[in-house]
Design a protein around this ligand. Structure first.
Ligand code: F6P
Length: 548
């Protein structure tokens, strides 16, 4: 692998200083070559600081890292999550065939199919108004309690496919521990018509359990029923069914996931139940089929034609050879407004690692910071920094050919903006171009000179353009699976385990330990006369920077 890294470093020294204007001038055909189509997605990756030699070098790096073998290990159910001794079999969750998965070894499909069947029956009853609460009224409001991977995927997908909602259910997601988040939602709910889905793989996450307990008290104080209200109105999705049952949830209403389903890879499991309720099980399975198609593409397409591989190679190129600190995700599709935060967990919790699988320190940086938001809003907020901030920030533009909810005149304006931005980010605006423009506006001499540097756009900011016809369940499945596999390819090159997240544990433990002292400090002390700084001093003393 070292030889492949060294060759790419030498190559970067040769072409790293080139401007994409020069690259396009000497390779006018690149828009035709640097494009891929798969699973209803089209990727234009011509606006990158790459040449054929770059791609060959990156493919050689991936091959030296053993990409092909690692894909085999992932799909054959090997314990690729080596620190926890688990497989990462999320592709099985979207396997719709009747055969075994993985093909050899212990087949997980019987339990996957049984849970899907249970979801189908449950969705039919709830969506058909036949699931009755304690007062025998049908439940038409669903409050989803969960955090991280037990919330971001379904919340993103429910927003993305709201247009497919056809059962008249109102869905709310609460992940925040601030009581205001739950209270705000509950204040809009009628207890006799409200169902709670508690999604937690561990059924031990403080945020989720605190919200679930408060929701249970809210319900029981209004409906009574001696625990029956919890049994009739609560549903759990978890890998710890017995703990959910102890909480008071009817075993018949517990949907199982397994230790081989990572939280941030769990949208395809019963964690996706809110989405299945919103759009129905057939449409949910259409989303699974889009993801399964992407799985097939990933395992079968050669690296140069493989969309997840290409996206991963580009990430590695900028992160490790240009030290790009971040990547922006910019959907020009209102449906994908929650996609950037979903990707934040997927990418940063997976590959935000400093050591290799072996425990040795990584010799190069892994995941960049992933950030973003709806592109059109960003244009009026953070795009200034992309254009003139002086930091290399590659971006993903995500763009449908058709809006899910067309209104005359909107979509062509939206698309024009997206395309214009990718071109301006690539090309920039030279001094000469600015000078000519200022002259046309009537500026001369000092007036022109003083404005000129402010109007120059350096350009050379790379972007990928991902397009599709119109966001539907199948396309969404393909899109999310595309990024899952991109993350996996990167982890193979960086050699880290993308399926654990030990970094987040210590903060949780400490928060639990200091909680009694914090509770004490939050109470106003006699004689303090409401002094903010004295109260804050007491609070900070509950968590001194170093152990006393
Ligand atoms: O704290 C991180 C994390 O463990 C995520 O990886 C996970 O998605 C989230 O918490 C929620 O965990 P659980 O589903 O066990 O409540």
């Amino acid at each position: 692998m070292q030889a492949a890294w060294a060759a790419l470093q030498a190559h970067q020294r040769e072409i790293g200083g080139l401007h994409m204007r020069e690259i396009f001038a000497s390779d006018s055909d690149r828009s035709r070559r640097y494009r891929l189509e798969a699973c209803g997605l089209f990727l234009d990756y011509s606006k990158h600081r790459i040449s054929e030699a770059t791609l060959s070098g990156l493919k050689a790096l991936a091959a030296a890292a053993g990409l092909e073998q690692w894909i085999g290990r992932l799909f054959s159910g090997e314990a690729v999550n080596n620190t926890e001794g688990r497989a990462a079999l999320h592709p099985a969750l979207r396997h719709l065939g009747m055969d075994a998965f993985p093909g050899h070894g212990s087949d997980v499909m019987p339990e996957v199919r049984a849970t899907r069947d249970k979801m189908r029956k449950f969705c039919r009853r709830v969506r058909g108004g036949r699931w009755r609460g304690l007062t025998e009224r049908p439940l038409d409001t669903v409050v989803c309690l969960g955090i991280g991977g037990s919330s971001l995927g379904p919340a993103m997908a429910c927003a993305a496919l709201e247009v497919n909602a056809d059962a008249g259910l109102a869905l709310h997601f609460v992940s925040d521990l601030d009581g205001a988040a739950l209270d705000r939602v509950l204040s809009k709910c009628a207890p006799e018509r409200t169902m709670f889905i508690v999604a937690s793989k561990s059924f031990g996450t403080e945020e989720t359990l605190t919200n679930a307990r408060s929701a249970r008290s809210w319900l029981e104080s209004r409906l009574g029923g001696n625990g029956d209200s919890t049994a009739r109105h609560f549903v759990a999705v978890t890998a710890k069914p017995s703990v959910a049952v102890e909480f008071g949830i009817d075993p018949a209403n517990v949907f199982e996931i397994w230790d081989w389903v990572g939280g941030r890879y769990s949208l395809w499991s019963a964690v996706g139940l809110p989405l299945a309720l919103q759009i129905g099980m057939d449409q949910f399975e259409a989303m699974l089929s889009g993801a399964a198609e992407m799985d097939q593409h990933f395992v079968s397409a050669p690296p140069g034609d493989n969309m997840p591989v290409i996206l991963a190679l580009l990430e590695v190129w900028y992160r490790d050879f240009f030290a790009a600190p971040s990547r922006a995700v910019l959907p020009y599709d209102h449906a994908l407004r929650r996609f950037p935060e979903y990707l934040q967990q997927l990418e940063m919790e997976s590959n935000g690692k400093r050591v290799a699988r072996t425990g040795e320190p990584l010799s190069q940086p892994s995941a960049p910071v992933v950030w973003g938001g709806p592109g059109i809003d960003g244009q009026h907020a953070f795009f200034q920094l992309l254009h003139q901030g002086g930091t290399l920030i590659p971006s993903d533009f995500i763009l449908p050919l058709q809006s899910q909810r067309p209104l005359a005149g909107h979509h062509e304006a939206l698309v024009s903006n997206a395309l214009a931005q990718t071109r301006v980010l690539m090309r920039g605006r030279t001094e000469e171009e600015v000078e000519r423009a200022l002259e046309q506006e009537g500026f001369r001499g000092n007036g022109l000179d003083s404005l000129l540097p402010h109007r120059v756009l350096p350009g050379n900011q790379p972007s990928s353009l991902l397009m599709y016809e119109c966001l539907d369940p199948r396309t969404l499945g393909a899109l999310a699976a595309l990024y899952e596999h991109k993350v996996f390819v990167e982890s193979v090159i960086w050699q880290n385990n993308p399926f654990d997240q030990f970094g987040v544990e210590m903060g949780k433990v400490l928060a639990k330990r200091i909680r009694p002292a914090v509770a004490e400090a939050l109470k106003p002390a006699p004689g303090e006369n409401g002094s903010l700084s004295r109260r804050i001093d007491r609070l900070l003393a509950a968590c001194p920077p170093m152990d006393e």
